[in-house]
Design a protein around this ligand. Structure first.
Ligand code: HEM
Length: 389
C-alpha cells in the first residue's frame, strides 16, 4: 500500500513538481504560547465555509429562483426529497456558525494584534471576506421567498435607499427596480450562487495564501513565552487538532440541524400587510436595533436615521483600515487604547443584539464561547508544556 502511494506521489511529482509544496508543509510550524488556541478559529470558519459550498451546490439541484417556484421548490425539498430537510437545515445553520466564527476569529486576531506588519493584507482580505459573508446571508435570506424574508428584505433595502445622493440608485440596483419582485429574486440568486462565490474564492484564496506564506504571528504580550517554547509542527500535530475540531463541529452542526430544523414559514404575499416581528438575521441585529432607537425627524433636510447608517459605513471602513490606525506599531508595541476601543465595539455589538431580541441569550452565547475557549486554552497549554516537536 505504502509503495503504491509512493508511486502515485512520484507520478504527480514528475508532472507538477510537488517537491517544494511538500518541503514547505513538512517544515511549517505554529508558535506555542498561552493564546495558541485562537489559531484554530480561522480553520473553524473555513470548515463551515466548505460545508456551505458543498450543501449549497446540492440545494441548487432542487431550487427554482422564481416567485412561483422558489417557495414550492424549498417545500418540496423539505417534505419529499430524502434528507432534503437535513440538507437545508445544515446549510442554514452552517451559514450562521460561519459568520459567528468569522466574528470570533476577527476579534481574536484584533486583540492579539495579528494584523500588524507584514499582515496588513491578510487583515484586509479577511475583512472583505467577512463583508462578503454578510452579503451571502442577506441574499440567501430572500431565496425561500417566505413572508418574513420578503418583508425583511424590503426593510433592509429601504434602509439603503435612505442614504442621500446614492441611496435611490443603490436601492434600485439591489432590487432590480423600485419594488421587490421576481426580478429581485433572480438578481439575489445570481449574487448568491455566482458573483459572491467568485469574489469569495478570490479574497479567501488570497487570505489563506497569505496566511501560509507569512506564518502565524505571535502576540506582543507573549513574545518571551513563545520564544522559550518549541513551536508545534503543522503536519501532523496542528493539522490533527484542526481535524479533531472539525469532527466535533460536524457533530454539533448535524445535531443542531436535526433537533432544530430550519423553518420555512408561509409563502410571501406582497399584497399582505407586513407581518409583526420583522427582523433581519442576528448579525445585522445590532445595526437594526440602533436604527430602531433613532427618533423620526430630520436635520437640514437629512433624516436622523441617515446618521447611524453613515456611521456604520464609516465603522466598516475603519475596520478595514485597522492595520494602519494602530499607532502601537510604531511606539511601545502594545496599544491599550486601541484594545479598549475594540472591547467597546464588541460590547456594543453584543449588547445591542441582546436588546434587539429582548433576550439575554446573545450574552450567554458569547460568555459560553469565551469560557469554552479559556478551558481549551488551559487544557492544551498543559499538554504542550510536556514538550512537543
Ligand atoms: C471569512 C472567513 C475567514 C476565513 C475562512 C479565515 C481563515 C483564516 C485561517 C485558516 C487563518 C490561519 C489560522 C488562524 O489564525 O486562525 C487565518 C488567519 C488570519 N486571519 Fe482569517 N479568516 C476569515 C476571516 C477573517 C477576518 C474577518 C479577518 C479580519 C478582519 C481575518 C484576519 C486574519 C489575520 C490577520 C490572520 C493572521 C493571524 C496571525 O498571523 O496571527 N480573517 N484566517
Amino acid at each position: 500500500m505504502r509503495e503504491r502511494l509512493r508511486k502515485i506521489y512520484r507520478w504527480f511529482d514528475e508532472r507538477i513538481a510537488l517537491g517544494p509544496v511538500r518541503e514547505f508543509a513538512m517544515h511549517k510550524t505554529v508558535p506555542v504560547h498561552r493564546y495558541s488556541v485562537f489559531y484554530y478559529l480561522g480553520g473553524m470558519t473555513l470548515f463551515f465555509f466548505v460545508v456551505q459550498v458543498c450543501t449549497g451546490i446540492l440545494l441548487m439541484l432542487y431550487y427554482r429562483p422564481s416567485p412561483n417556484g422558489a417557495f414550492e421548490s424549498v417545500e418540496f425539498l423539505m417534505t419529499t426529497v430524502p434528507f432534503g430537510w437535513l440538507l437545508r437545515s445544515i446549510h442554514s445553520w452552517s451559514a450562521n456558525l460561519m459568520i459567528f466564527f468569522a466574528f470570533v476569529h476577527m476579534a481574536s486576531v484584533f486583540f492579539m494584534k495579528g494584523y500588524r506588519k507584514p499582515r496588513e493584507l491578510t487583515w484586509i482580505t479577511g475583512a472583505l471576506a467577512l463583508f462578503l459573508a454578510f452579503a451571502f446571508g442577506f441574499s440567501g435570506y430572500l431565496l425561500p421567498w417566505n413572508q418574513l424574508s420578503f418583508f425583511a428584505t424590503r426593510v433592509g433595502t429601504d434602509i439603503a435607499g435612505v442614504v442621500p445622493g446614492v441611496g435611490h440608485w443603490v436601492l434600485r440596483f439591489l432590487r432590480g427596480g423600485d419594488r421587490i419582485t421576481g426580478g429581485t429574486l433572480s438578481r439575489f440568486y445570481g449574487w448568491h450562487v455566482a458573483i459572491l462565490p467568485a469574489l469569495m474564492t478570490f479574497f479567501l484564496g488570497a487570505h489563506l495564501l497569505l496566511v501560509q506564506t507569512l506564518g502565524m504571528s505571535v502576540p506582543p504580550s507573549v513574545e518571551e513565552e513563545a520564544a522559550k517554547r518549541r513551536p508545534m509542527r503543522f503536519f501532523p500535530n496542528f493539522a490533527m487538532r484542526d481535524l479533531f475540531g472539525w469532527t466535533v463541529a460536524l457533530g454539533v452542526l448535524a445535531s443542531l440541524a436535526a433537533w432544530f430544523p430550519w423553518e420555512l414559514g408561509v409563502k410571501a404575499n406582497q399584497f399582505a400587510p407586513a407581518p409583526a416581528g420583522i427582523r433581519p438575521e442576528w448579525y445585522f441585529m445590532f445595526m437594526f436595533q440602533t436604527l430602531r432607537l433613532v427618533p423620526g425627524g430630520e436635520i437640514a433636510g437629512v433624516e436622523y436615521e441617515v446618521i447611524p447608517i453613515l456611521g456604520f459605513g464609516l465603522a466598516a471602513l475603519l475596520l478595514v483600515l485597522v492595520p494602519f490606525l494602530d499607532r502601537g506599531v510604531v511606539r511601545s508595541g502594545r496599544s491599550p487604547l486601541f484594545t479598549a476601543v475594540g472591547a467597546v465595539g464588541v460590547a456594543y455589538i453584543v449588547a445591542l443584539t441582546a436588546w434587539g431580541y429582548h433576550s439575554w441569550t446573545p450574552i450567554y452565547v458569547v460568555l459560553g464561547v469565551a469560557a469554552l475557549i479559556v478551558l481549551l486554552a488551559w487544557a492544551t497549554r498543559r499538554r504542550d508544556s510536556g514538550g512537543e516537536a
